[in-house]
Design a protein. Sequence first.
Lengths: 170, 827
Amino acid sequence: MAQVRVTVDGVEYVDDVEPRTLLVYYLRERLGKVGTVVGCDTSNCGACTVHLDGRSVKSCAVLAVQVDGCEVTTIEGLARDGELHPVQKAFHECHALQCGFCTPGMILQAIDLLGDNSDPDEQEVREGIEGNLCRCTGYQNIVRAVQSAAQAMKPGAAARVEAPVTVAGD
Amino acid sequence: MTTTAESTTPELGRSRARKEDARLLTGRTRWTDTIALPGTLHLSVVRSPVAHARITGIDTEEARRLPGVLGVYTVRDLAAEGVSLPCSWSITPDQKTPHHPPLAVDTVRFAGEGVAVVIARDAATARDASELVVPDFEDLPPVLDMEAALAQDATLVHPDFGTNASAHWVFDSEEAGTGESADRLIAAAESDSDSVVIRRRYRQQRLIPAFMEPRSVLVDPTGEQYVIWTSTQVPHFVRIFMALMTGIPEHKLRVIAPDVGGGFGGKLQVTPEEVLCTLAARKLGRPVKWTETRSESMLSGHHGRDQVQHVTLAAKRDGTVTALKVEILADMGAYLVLVGPAIPILGAYLYNSIYKFDAYRLECTNVFTSKTPTDAYRGAGRPEATFAIERTMDELAAELGRDPMDVRRQNWITHEEFPFTTVAGLHYDSGNYEAATAKAVELFDYDGLRREQQQRRDAGDPVQLGIGISTFTEMCGLAPSRWFGEQGYVAGGWERASIRMLPTGKVEVVTGASAHGQGHETAWSQIVADQLGVAFDDVEVLHGDTQIAHKGLDTYGSRSLVVGGIAVVNAAKKVIAKARTVAAHLLEASEDDLEFSGGRFTVRGTDKGMAIGELAFAALQAHNYPEGVEPSLDSSATFDPDAFSYPHGTHLAAMEVDTETGRATLRRYVCVDDVGNAVNPLLVEGQVHGGLAQGIAQALFEEANYDEQGTLVNGTFVDYTLPSAADLPSFTTDRTETPSTTNPLGVKGVGEAGTIASTPAIVNGIIDAVRHLGVTEIEMPCTPQRVWRAIQEAQGRTTQETPIDTHSPGAGLGSIDPNNPQEEEVQ
């Protein structure tokens, strides 16, 4: 067993973990962060994407012991006071999800992409989310959502954005 | 619709963002694997690595000794040798349907078939232990090729049958009285200099549905009922068949499909693991969970397609098609699973598609092989049919030197001719192929692209342009129960809906359809909001739990809206009828004097009225209720359609083919679909986008490949090349609206349309780009290697086959065979 001290979605945890435990299973099984899902076993699908110290990682490709001293953000930590992150909001408005299984990872990857490039063109979005697979949408509305979120996140853009979508239950 | 609120915007036709998104966007989703019960044990399946072998022993000792392991069971330990997983469809009375136990008994018949299960305290221990189970096999030769499987001396997958043929199904328009004899017309055409006969062989490669959520099952035996959570499209099927298989009485079983992460037909199944978890939970008295890995999913979940089609088409030299004959071999894999044998038959009535042919004959032979069983995958038979006819119409046009769109126009049913009974005996209620085509041709700039194509040809451009056409129709909304009965299916085709009027004015809608990404919660809310005149947000849609939706026939075959949605409409009409009686009583008016509009009954000519919510409250109190009327507005309806719906459309693809590398790039894709009235255009568009991606992926990227030993060699997302965002362009989608006349909403199904139409558009486009080089056929997926090779061969150059050609779909996206020395020589 190895000890990890990690902050996940703003809460600090200290846990003993088996050295072989992958971050995604630590999040799901120890912390109950089941919004982060497992879609494959080869790090291809990106469904398990989270942010590690502000950058996107596939949490099936990171050992829990590697995140000692780090900060992790999952899909469950994005909304603030019940208000969705602009990328979550754009996914909703643009119908960028159907079954929703890839959605948490796709959103976290899109936020990472927008951190690097605040105004990506279509091809840049497509290449930026290439490591996240979706089987439902054909990606078209995901691309549209990411570009729409980019506009909404520009400085001074808030006034043009529609009223926030409230999340029932939050 | 008479009851639509006049004062508010109608919901039907409104592009609403979905109400189900809120939980999916925030990680509050209830996937089966997310559900955790105290005391849950975990099941892992030990799978055969070999395709065909006798099991001579299974050593479980070491696995049993691993701490945390509660049991290692073979099928005998579970007393399940006699249990057979269901095949619910006999396409012929003499169909050979093998016994199909949840784990192999003495013989394994495909690589990936389970031979034992391990139950442990956690999933990791169960998997560790399953690797310690050592089965001993005596190898048998695998049966891999369908044509060889039918030869006299072939190895038999099920020796008791004496053949690898499961069934032989025939449709003949002369025998059916729907047309002439195809054999006779083809023979006549062969000896007529004024006719042409086109013969082609197409291969529909094996595909993997690859839904994003791996399947998962959790069975809790600890309460009064067994509760089964499962990632399925068909909870109602699972409940009935589980009762029949295990002997657990049906009323002691509750099946819940919580949030389900995609299906595409891949979760239209009753699985071995559902049975195994139930049997293990019964044996141990504790909850048992199984969640598959992606590799397990691809190896053991059912596959789709895998057919060989021989097509013969006869036409006059003026372009009029006279006869079509199709012979199909369909690979069933090692067993017949839920609706597997019927998949080719669901396409069999559609090879004539939108056209008027004089004669049609189809013969289908279902064949056993030592591979993973096949069953529904998006489109299920109809993509295969559409591909065959649309590819062949292009070949006819090429033979006659005509524009392929003109040849289609010459043969299709014109909009004045509806309703139209086809040569396959289907009654098409409506359609307007001219309108959809005209719109698509304009959006695509068909004439402009044809000019560019000619310019590039004239200039000898190494990157050639091709235009691919696919005009299609499909039958969806499975199905009139009577039709199912005639086809040998055990289930009916109706759907059920209930509406509960809550006393505070809110509404619960219970549907027997079982959504897994489609957006039923939103669409059904829109339908009910219009019908009852209540607010969209005041409607809650409940589904996917046999205790709540106790009757239903689930979601597949683009049936949910055209069958389930109509049941919702009918239930709402009953609510209004009941409410009318109560309103008349309370308003002291005749029922005939009441108008219902905007959710309110008013007495004609007065300002007296009551809202439907007030009437629901009156039903709760029942203090002042009409004599002899039961105090409830709640209503249910079961709708059995009397016809299919027939969406259609025109899809156009501009393909750029690099003749030096073989790389085919989709430059522009335009489709105009006619799905009748759209409840929610945003959702319709989403369904089309996703459908296109899957159909295009069949044309360009995907194939499940087996080696000579019968091993699936690309059973992971590393090498089964699902398209990513970077592999696809944005599509131009549009619609025409020709309302269906067979249902009160005028709607048609949309879930499968994009997949059905797009595959031949892509392949026709690639071949159109290189036809002048002599290429007439390229097998799917049309990877750079296959395209390049087809060009070389058409030019009379030799190429060398390598294992990569046969065992991988072209070695990935855009890669060139590294083992092929010919590659450099030609360049």
